[in-house]
Structures are given as structure tokens and as C-alpha cells.
Design a protein around this ligand. Structure first.
Ligand code: GTP
Length: 408
């Protein structure tokens, strides 16, 4: 899931981590030279064993310290040279050992702790300050990565600005979690967008106890409105709620029968008129019926319509005016590209969208549509459709979503 977005974001994370690492080494170089003596002191020439400083957990670049084994031609004996930055430390020549012994000894030491790790420990607590120059290149890469993952320009800019804000000018501890700094900044930025106006669907339904909660589903053709209505009906029934469905798609041939089939399977009452009749009238009747029968939730289907069709969008406004919905749910596909942003925006202008259901997350989704729609509508994603069965509906969880983008 979100393979492409994941790959691109990981690219940015790696590139900025590299900058941080380079900068950390640069800042800490004088410190490494200063502590060279300390490293030498750790070599006990009488026992030829080395003491180990605390915290030797990580391995640093071999460009800082190298070991060279030199074989002496005549005796076949071996000296160890340790090169620290550009200085050479020669192990005690009085204490000649055979090559085999030395190698064994070195193997043991490596098992105890990496030598580079010990050196790294000495620069462990320093801080890196990222400035605009350090961030410029990686942030440009991030912007391109997000745009290529179908995020709208406005949301891309918001995420890049947030990441920049979090990383620039601030002192960052250079410790063993360095690698997380960038990822955390990105996660926070995406989480901010995805958590806009969070609203809990179940709490909302619970709050309507005693009255009929009316939900209208809108969106372009074939995005999964009818299927999502059936999934929501199934979910509500499992929670002990009573449900009615309004067959408000009177436009597409077969749409009324399609929703009737779902309703029959689920044992839900459908209020329907003739094909071609006024959808606002069907929905009005369904609402009266549901109220009279104290039905907990009325789910109203509407015909798919292109956001660019002025007449059909005007009809949708009328449906929502007459039907007095408590929620208007915009349904679109998680697989949608940048065009999803345009339609979310136009639907949002036409009617007061309360939230979005993103369907087909089980198909190859780039993830960009989810982030963009949440940002453009400034309304929460409520559910993900994750398949064609009634149970294939997942309540949206922003943290789950963001972690999914970054998981390996
Ligand atoms: N894989 C997958 N398919 C889905 C999902 N949701 C809906 N579909 C399929 O998408 C197709 C269209 O779904 P519908 O529910 O008919 O879409 P609609 O928005 O009501 O279509 P119109 O009435 O033409 O506007 C159907 O084949 C559904 O089975 C989903 O979450 N995952």
C-alpha cells in the first residue's frame, strides 16, 4: 500500500539524514582529534587488551579510523597500525605476536564492541543545527516527491513548510535516533493535514439517539457510493442500529435495483420511486418514513455526477436543501490522481461536505488523494473502503494511515 509515496518519502528521509550525518561529523571533527589521546589510553600495552568506553553502540564511517595490518617480511610478524583521522598510532612493537594471534585478538575485540563505535560514542552528545542551505536541496526533492505522488500543490506546500519549520534553525540532538528526526518531522506534517477537524462517526450516531440521523452520499460515477452505503448499513446494524435506505439514484438505469439487492441481502428497507423521478422527492419521502418509524439512520444514495456538470450539481444542492441531511459524505477513490482534488474542491463548494469515504484502498493506491482531499475539504476522512465485501470498511485512523506510509 502507498508503495510509490513510501518510496519517494524514504528517498527524502535518506537524503536529509545523510546531510545530518555529514554535518555531525563535520562539527565533531575537532572533538575526535582532541580525544585521540583518550583512544590511545584505552590501549593497555602490558596486557594488549583494550578497555571499552560506555555507550559504544554505533558504527561510524571508516574514513575516520582505519586499521592496517602490516606484515614484516623477515620475521613474518605483524604490526597493527590504527589510523585516526590522518594520524597513525602504532601498536607496541616490543610485543610482537604472530599474525594469527593478532587476528584472533582483533576478532575478539570486534565482538566486544566495534572500535568505530567507541569513537562514535565520544561524539555522541553533540547537536546539529540545520540551516536553510542544508534543507534547500532535500526540501526541493520532497516537494517533487509529493507532487509526483498526486498531492495537490497547496497541500504539498503546506507539508514542505511544516517540515522546514520543524527542522530548520532548531538544535537537533545527534544521538542514536538521528534517523528518526526527519521521519518524525514528515509524519507530524502529514498527521497535521490528516487530522483536520477530526470527527468521530460513531460518536455522532450515538449523539443522534432518539431521532433519525440522515446521511447523504455524494460523488462522481462509479467511485463506490452504493457499495459504501451497504457497508455502512451493515456496520450500523452490527452496532444494533436500525437503518433505512433511500434509492436516490433515479438517474442511472439499474441503480435502484442495485441498491435493492444490497438492501435485501442486509434485510434493510428501501424507499424507492420510479426511475427518472425527482431524487429530492424520494429522499424527502424516505426521511418522513424513517422519522415516523423511529429508524435510527437513513442512508440516502444519489446519482454519480461530474463536478463539472452545473445542472446536476445544482440538483444535488436541491437534494441537500430538501433532505436536510445531518451529514453529507463525499465518496471518492483512494486510487484517484490529482483530479480527485479538483472534484473534492468543487463538491465542497456546492454542498457542505462533512467528511470523506475513500474507497478501493485495497487497489494500488498512491496515498496522495487521501492527504489532498483531507486538506482541500478541511474535513476528515471517515472510512476507507478496502474491498468489495460488506465488512471491507475501515474506520479512518490518521496515525494508522501515516504509519502505513512509512512502514517497511
Ligand atoms: N476493490 C474495491 N472495489 C470497490 C470498493 N468499493 C466499491 N467497489 C467497487 O466499485 C464498483 C462501483 O461501485 P458502486 O458502489 O456501484 O459505485 P457508485 O459510486 O454507486 O456508482 P454510480 O452509481 O455509477 O455512481 C463496484 O464494482 C464495487 O464493487 C472497494 O473499497 N474496493
Amino acid at each position: 500500500m502507498f508503495g510509490k509515496l513510501k518510496e519517494k518519502l524514504q528517498g527524502f528521509t535518506k537524503s536529509l539524514n545523510k546531510t545530518i550525518d555529514e554535518k555531525a561529523v563535520e562539527l565533531d571533527k575537532p572533538e575526535v582529534v582532541k580525544t585521540e589521546e583518550q583512544i590511545l589510553l584505552t590501549t593497555d600495552t602490558t596486557t594488549d587488551t583494550k578497555t571499552v568506553p560506555n555507550n559504544p553502540e554505533e558504527i561510524i564511517s571508516e574514513t575516520i579510523i582505519e586499521e592496517i595490518i602490516i606484515e614484516e617480511e623477515e620475521s613474518g610478524e605483524v604490526f597493527i597500525e590504527e589510523t585516526i583521522t590522518d594520524e597513525i598510532v602504532v601498536a607496541d612493537p616490543q610485543k610482537h605476536e604472530t599474525g594469527k594471534d593478532v587476528k584472533k585478538e582483533k576478532e575478539k575485540e570486534k565482538e566486544k564492541v566495534g572500535f568505530f563505535g567507541r569513537a562514535k560514542a565520544l561524539i555522541f552528545d553533540h547537536e546539529v543545527i540545520l540551516d536553510a542551505d542544508d534543507l534547500e536541496g532535500p526540501l526541493m526533492d520532497l516537494e517533487i516527491a509529493l507532487l509526483e505522488s498526486d498531492l495537490a500543490l497547496s497541500v504539498t506546500e503546506a507539508i514542505v513548510a511544516s517540515v522546514k519549520d520543524q527542522l530548520s534553525g532548531t538544535r537537533k540532538k545527534f544521538g542514536k535516533n538521528t534517523g528518526n528526526i526527519v521521519e518524525e518531522a514528515l509524519k507530524t506534517a502529514i498527521l497535521e493535514v490528516m487530522s483536520a477537524n477530526v470527527f468521530d462517526f460513531d460518536e455522532f450516531i450515538a449523539s443522534k439517539k432518539g431521532t433519525t440521523a440522515h446521511i447523504v452520499f455524494v460523488g462522481i460515477n462509479g467511485t463506490g457510493k452504493t457499495t459504501s452505503i451497504a457497508k455502512i448499513a451493515n456496520r450500523l446494524q452490527k452496532q444494533g442500529k436500525t437503518v433505512t435506505i433511500a434509492a436516490g439514484d433515479t438517474f442511472r438505469a439499474g441503480a435502484i435495483d442495485q441498491i435493492q439487492i444490497h438492501a435485501d441481502r442486509l434485510g434493510v428497507k428501501v424507499i424507492r420511486h420510479q426511475e427518472g423521478s425527482d431524487p429530492a422527492a424520494v429522499i424527502y419521502d424516505a426521511l418522513q418514513y424513517s422519522k415516523a418509524h423511529k429508524v435510527d439512520v437513513l442512508l440516502s444514495d444519489t446519482a454519480g455526477r461530474m463536478h463539472t456538470n452545473v445542472n446536476l450539481m445544482a440538483q444535488l444542492e436541491k437534494i441537500c436543501r430538501v433532505g436536510l441531511p445531518d451529514l453529507i459524505i463525499f465518496v471518492d477513490e483512494a486510487t484517484a490522481g490529482n483530479d480527485a482534488v479538483e472534484r473534492a474542491s468543487q463538491y465542497s463548494d456546492a454542498v457542505a461536505i462533512s467528511g470523506t469515504i475513500l474507497t478501493k484502498l485495497d487497489a494500488d493506491s498512491k496515498g496522495g488523494a487521501a492527504i489532498s482531499i483531507a486538506y482541500i475539504t478541511q474535513k476528515p476522512i471517515l472510512f476507507f473502503g478496502v474491498g468489495q465485501n460488506y465488512d471491507d470498511l475501515m474506520k479512518f485512523d490518521a496515525e494508522w494511515f501515516v504509519n502505513k506510509i512509512f512502514e517497511d
